[in-house]
Every structure is written in C-alpha cells, then in structure tokens.
Design a protein around this ligand. Structure first.
Ligand code: FE
Ligand code: FE
Length: 193
C-alpha cells in the first residue's frame, strides 16, 4: 500500500483523536530522524503505522497475538492493549505490505521499549512520547533534551514511564526495564559481564 492508501485506511479505522496523534507522531519522527541521521521516509512510515492496531479491543489483541504466536506475558495478559505494538508490527507487514524489518521492530517496541533499541526504535518511542499534543509534567524537558541527545531523552522518557506506571499501582513491563538498563549500560559505558 502506498502512503495515501495507508493514511485513508487509518483515518477510517482510528478515532479522530488517535488519527491526529498519529499524524503528530509522523511530524515528530520526521524531525528526530533529520536530527539524528535516520532515514526520514523510514521514520515517517513507522510513525504512520505505529498505532495501526490501536482500534482493536482487548479480546482482538489477544486473539490476534495467539493466532500469530506472539509472546503474551503476564503484564500483557493483564493489559492486552500493551499488545498493540507487537500486533501492529504484524499488521504492518500483512495488511500494509511493510517488508522493512526495522520498521516492524520500531512499531513492535513503541509502547514498552525493548532490548537494544535501534536509532529508529528510539525515534518512534520518543516521537510517540513527545508529539505536540502531549502535555504531561516533564514533557517540555524531554523535548529539549531530544533536540540534541537521543539516548538521554529516551532514558528520561522510559524513566518517566516506569515512575508513572508504578505510581498508578500498575504492573511494569520487563521490556521497559530492559530498554532502560541497556541504554544506561551503553551510554555510561558500564563494563558488565
Ligand atoms: Fe501506541
Ligand atoms: Fe501512539
């Protein structure tokens, strides 16, 4: 599917608010890609499709994940909407014809983060977090850091996310902890065995 066809399809499937969010993420991802030396077309397509599974119900997320042998851990069992990343990655391939594994992976880990995030993964994670309609406390600081330091901004976003989820009394996803640990180990150059 070409860009216009995907956009038309998503406009039909997503709520107006979610569609607007999606287009804001495209804009933010484009900017981050230009700043951090990633292909803007690749970042824009990953951003366009990042929430393509967000219209599915909890039951549909679980069904789809089971049908495609996706891992359903305890945290996702409890909150099936966490699966919209991994499910979206499969939909991107099967429904929208995206063959680029880097794009699929960025969609896969956009909600929780993941192990050893690539530049594109970080860009989509961050763009989703700081797009212009986001207004939670601390977002302005992360936006500022994201102008020069992709790893620093991603670590801060992951930290914020973990604190917020913990504060709400909810379960914290392992992939988020892994993502943050990996980035801290890498950026601080910690020598660990
Ligand atoms: Fe999402
Ligand atoms: Fe999103």
């Amino acid at each position: 599917m070409n860009w216009t066809d995907i956009e038309v399809d998503l406009k039909k499937k997503l709520t107006p608010k979610r569609f607007r969010h999606t287009m804001n993420v495209v804009e933010a991802a484009d900017q981050l890609a230009r700043t951090f030396g990633c292909d803007p077309d690749q970042a824009r397509l990953a951003a366009l499709l990042h929430d393509c599974a967000k219209n599915l119900t909890d039951e549909q997320q679980l069904d789809y994940a089971r049908q495609h042998q996706l891992k359903i851990d305890r945290v996702s069992q409890n909150d099936p909407q966490l699966l919209h990343g991994p499910v979206g990655a499969v939909l991107a391939k099967e429904c929208y014809g995206v063959t680029d594994a880097a794009i699929q992976n960025a969609i896969d880990c956009h909600t929780t983060g993941g192990k050893n995030m690539s530049t594109l993964d970080k860009i989509i994670y961050l763009a989703d977090y700081i797009e212009k309609d986001r207004s939670f406390p601390g977002v302005e600081t992360i936006r500022q850091i994201a102008e020069t330091d992709l790893d620093g901004a991603t670590i801060m976003a992951l930290t914020n996310c973990i604190c917020h989820v913990a504060q709400c009394g909810a379960l914290i996803h392992k992939r988020t902890i892994d993502a943050r640990n990996d980035l801290i180990i890498k950026t601080k150059n910690l020598k660990l065995k």
